[in-house]
Design a protein around this ligand. Sequence first.
Ligand code: NUP
Length: 211
Amino acid sequence: MTDLVLSLDVTERASALRIARACAEDVDAIKVGYPLVLGAGLGIARDLADLGIPLIADFKVADIPNTNTLICDQVFAAGFSAVIAQAFPGPDSVVACVESAHTHGGECYVVAEMSHPGALTFFSEGVPEAICRLVVETGADGIIAPATRPARIRALRDLIGERKILSPGVGAQGGDPAEVAPLVDGMIVGRAIYGAADPAAAARVYAPYRR
Ligand code: NUP
C-alpha cells in the first residue's frame, strides 16, 4: 500500500550504519536530517547511499532562491535522491529547490502541514491548502502531510492530484499505520524503528502495509 521510510535520527555514524544495514531489506527509503548529518558529517549520505537505498534529505530548506539552490546542489552531490523544502519563503524559493532536484534526477517534497500539536499555530486557516496549490504551480513532486491527522491527509490529497504524499507521525507521535498507509505514498517512521532493541524486527511490523 505504501513505502516505508526509515527516519534515521541517530547521531553517531556507527549506529546509523548498523541500523541501516539491519533494516535494508525492510525499508524502501531512509530519511536523514540535521541530527545525523551534524553528528556524523555529510559523508554519511554516501555511506548510506552505497547500501542501495534511496535517501531523502530532511533539511526543510527555507531560504532565498540562490541559497536554496546552493544547499540543494550540495544535497544531491552528497548522494541524496530527494530533498524536503519549506514553502513559506515563497514560490521562487521552492522553484529553486525543484529545479536543483530535477537537474540532478531527484525529487523535491514540500512541507504542507507538520505533524506535532504546535504545528496548528501556523499550519492552519487555509495555509496547507495554499501550500498545496504552490506545490502544483512549482512542479514539486509531493508534500509532507501529518500521519497524526489522517483527515487532513485526505483533504490535502484532493488538492495535489497525482503528486505524492510522505507522512511522518506514525509510531512515536501516535499515528496509526493501518489508517495512514492507504492514504499515502510513503509512511515515515523514526523512533519506533531506530529506537527499538531490534530495529529490523521493528521495521517488519510495518511489512503488512508495504506495497
Ligand atoms: O511534520 C513533520 N513531522 C515530523 O515528524 C515533518 C517532519 N519532517 N517530521 C520528521 O519526521 C521529524 O523531524 C523526524 O525526523 C521524523 C519523525 O520521527 P518519529 O517521530 O517517528 O521519531
